[in-house]
Design a protein around this ligand. Structure first.
Ligand SMILES: [Zn+2]
Length: 95
């Protein structure tokens, strides 16, 4: 099979680049853990907040389903759901 459009042979093994981290500039590729920020920016796993950070600063985060910042109460529910599944407050909150 010949794919004339794909001439970057050395990058064939890497998934498509979907963005870069707003904090550190790391390339984010399809399948990577990352966080979508409220203004459309993306953060890599290393720069993403932990669940503890969400509790500390809930309104800094964006809810993917409603496109609204978390309230304190919503953040608590979100974090509790993670903890109830065996997660930890120190886990990174990437989806
Ligand atoms: Zn980063």
């Amino acid at each position: 099979m010949t794919d004339m459009a794909n001439d970057n042979i050395h990058e064939d093994d890497l998934p498509e680049q979907i963005g870069s981290c707003v904090a550190c500039g790391t390339t984010i590729r399809d399948g990577d853990d990352y966080l979508s920020c409220i203004d459309g920016d993306m953060m890599c796993r290393n720069c993403s907040p932990t669940y503890q950070d969400i509790l500390d600063n809930p309104t800094h985060l964006w809810q993917a389903d409603t496109e609204m910042p978390f309230t304190q109460k919503e953040a608590q529910v979100f974090v509790n759901a993670h903890l109830s599944q065996g997660g930890k407050l120190t886990d990174k909150a990437t989806s």
